[in-house]
Design a protein around this ligand. Structure first.
Ligand code: DGY
Length: 333
């Protein structure tokens, strides 16, 4: 065992590039030694080996780290007590394995909802009003002068906004919709009845009766799960003049079905901040080239203040669990 028995128990951070790093550094003042990993861990086995090697009792991790059964088996055996995500989405976490290993998992809800909603609305405007295409054309010298029929898009104000997902992010998008003079509706759920901002409607009405559909759901597998919830059948229910935006997780939307709908003119436009398989960087990738599709590299929560707020909440969760207190924002299966 290469571990130095005199070293204080460690908190391992899976990446070096954490905004709000001073909040993390504060853990050293509590007596924990900090270990900053140089980059994205290769797999759960490798990350599990690292927490064992450094004697970690806490791990600060991201929404795309491999927190699978192999990781938790090693982490539990090594004495890790908490895995604190700097993310709200936790589809990368094997929660059953965490529970078996006795490791508490926490995430960062709340602090990022407004910023992600801003991003969703930006995508709505960019896609529906063809703003990226117009900007690209101008930068490429293709602006011949004011043209009454140039880059005509579809209005956002006065349109109907449908929300697939009416949690804290969906509700924040809904408020923006109302500010834009939109009629707002969301998919009815026992936890999401009608309210003063949005009406609860069924699946067909949500898809068929909305001009803009924003997906803000968590990715969940299994029965009643959300993987592939926007597939060819769902897209067929949508209006030809509609815009689809996804700020949840890539696999919520069946990408091939979306590209087919756009390619065949069955959908006006789409905006994606998340993809099935990230990062995407091949310029020949159809998502880079499909007309009507606006793409962003998973920047939903990427404002300076929000990323610092996420880090601070993640640190508070670590601190609470290591002090034997309940976490502020635990993830439960
Ligand atoms: C989140 O917070 O879930 C973001 O998508 C980053 O993982």
């Amino acid at each position: 065992d290469a571990r130095d028995s005199r070293a204080p128990a460690a908190v391992l951070v899976t990446r070096p590039d954490v905004p709000g790093r001073d909040a993390v550094d504060g853990l050293a003042g509590d007596g924990w030694s900090l270990v900053w990993e140089p980059g994205r861990p290769a797999d759960g086995h490798a990350l599990g080996g690292r927490v064992d090697a450094v004697g970690a009792v806490g791990v600060i991790a991201l929404g795309d780290d491999p927190l699978d059964a192999r990781f938790f088996a090693a982490a539990g055996a090594a004495g890790v007590r908490v895995v604190s995500l700097v993310a709200v989405g936790h589809d990368n976490v094997d929660l059953a394995a965490a529970e078996r290993a006795g490791v508490v998992v926490t995430n960062t809800p709340g602090v990022l909802a407004e910023t992600v909603a801003d991003t969703a609305f930006a995508l709505v405007l960019m896609a529906r009003r063809r703003l990226v295409e117009a900007s690209d054309d101008m930068r490429a010298g293709r602006w011949a002068g004011f043209a009454l029929d140039g880059w005509l898009g579809l209005d956002v104000h006065g349109a109907t906004l449908g929300l697939l997902g009416y949690g804290e992010i969906g509700r924040a998008v809904a408020r923006r919709g109302r500010g834009f003079g939109m009629r707002v509706q969301h998919l009815a759920r026992p936890s999401a009845p009608d309210d003063e901002v949005s009406s609860a409607v069924g699946w067909e009405e949500l898809l068929g009766g909305s001009d803009v559909v924003v997906v803000a759901l968590p990715l969940r597998d299994g029965p009643g799960g959300t993987r592939g919830i926007v597939d060819a059948a769902a897209l067929r229910l949508m209006r030809r003049t509609a815009t689809l935006v996804n700020v949840g997780r890539g696999p919520l939307v069946v990408e091939a079905d979306l590209l087919a709908a756009l390619g065949e003119g069955r959908l006006h436009s789409a905006g994606l901040d998340v993809f099935d398989g990230e990062p995407r960087r091949d310029p020949r990738d159809p998502v880079m080239r499909t007309p009507g599709l606006v793409v962003l590299p998973h920047v939903g929560s990427a404002s300076e203040a929000t990323r610092v707020g996420m880090t601070r909440l993640a640190v508070r969760n670590v601190r609470a669990v290591l002090a034997g207190q309940p976490p502020l924002t635990p993830v439960t299966a």
